[in-house]
Design a binder for this molecule. Sequence first.
Ligand SMILES: Cc1ncc(COP(=O)(O)O)c(C=O)c1O
Length: 426
Amino acid sequence: VFTRDAAGHALFEGARLDALFAGAHGLTTPAYVYSLDAIVAELDALRAGFDGAAHLVAYAVKANSAGPILRALAEHGAGADVVSGGELQVALGAGIGPESIVYSGVGKRDEELDLALTAGGPGILSIQAESVEELGRIAERAARLGRRAPVSLRVNPGVLADTHAHVATGHDEAKFGIAAAELPAAFALSTGSPHLTLVGLASHVGSQLTETTAYLDAATTLLRLAEAHQQALGALQFLDFGGGFGIDYGDGCAACPADFVRALVALVRRSPFADRRILVEPGRCLVGAHGVLCASVLMAKSARAADGEPARRWLMIDAGMNDLLRPALYGARHRIEPMASQPQAEAPRYRVVGPVCESSDDFGEAPFAEPLPRRVVIRDAGAYGFTMASQYNGRALPDEVFLRGGRVVAVLRGATVDAWVSGRLG
Ligand SMILES: Cc1ncc(COP(=O)(O)O)c(C=O)c1O
């Protein structure tokens, strides 16, 4: 999707990015640009990996909750994994049926549980319980509403994934999932309560997994557990193996999303649960590579260094950590390239930084030749980009532009500085 024409202009789904910002749409930077075609193709490729096995791709809405993306995914058969009442409402509003939505997260409010129990009339596919205590709360809300809540147990498989500590969720120290020692109580409560129906077992080991080992270890643990409790699992409809399939941010990625799915399907087919529906909860891999953050260069800054040391050079851009938090939050690195000319690997290197008053507002180094570019592209910013954006430092939220067939089909305008000013003044 991200290519260049002969003159070096960045092409994104066939659209010339710099022409978008000079065109009729009144677009300004910073702005995210997404390819809906590529996102849908990514979903189709992932689903092909299921090789006819009954499945649901419950897209992790937290990765990117934009309506045009949710609608496109819904049209191609995706469900949703949500982590709040707000995400649940946006998924429903975009046309994802409640029967295709699971609700994860360690702390759900009463009103959020009530919404999950009643959405669309019968409620959603499953509330993923992350503790025995939560099972009790779900049963209580269901009793008040005169309902039986469909629940799945999100198991902590005790697997430490080889990924950034902030996104490893399946190990013993993580707040996520029901620990092995608590499982007997969780099974007893979920199968014994008149207000709960145990419909699924779930796990999620972490995000940005670049090889399949940890994912398959957790899947094996989940299947063994299901086997050990087979008698209690009469109503079991699905096994949910979570998301986490990684993408290539520039350093390579050994396993592609369909590799995870193919290996998973082979495991499930060898188990006594071959007839149950397989759920996965991918977020990043469906949208990450298919969105870019476009920014303008404000100026360069240089500082003479001590004798013998090269001068320090910064490139100040108009996008900051409030627009794309991943570098500051995780030390993540994204490729940053000039928008309207070929990148030159041998050119002088600049530290690309934003205007926010934090040292961590730093996107890392990238090479830029003279004359310096007017605009730059921050690649692979489609996941955990806009959804983590804030108005910190009194800044606007970026616009979001959606392409289909190389044409702009939708624009979501970010909250303006004026809106921030009147909101703070009250
Ligand atoms: C429960 C759960 N499911 C799915 C995901 C999506 O992960 P990813 O975007 O890496 O696929 C997450 C992300 O943290 C999660 O916590």
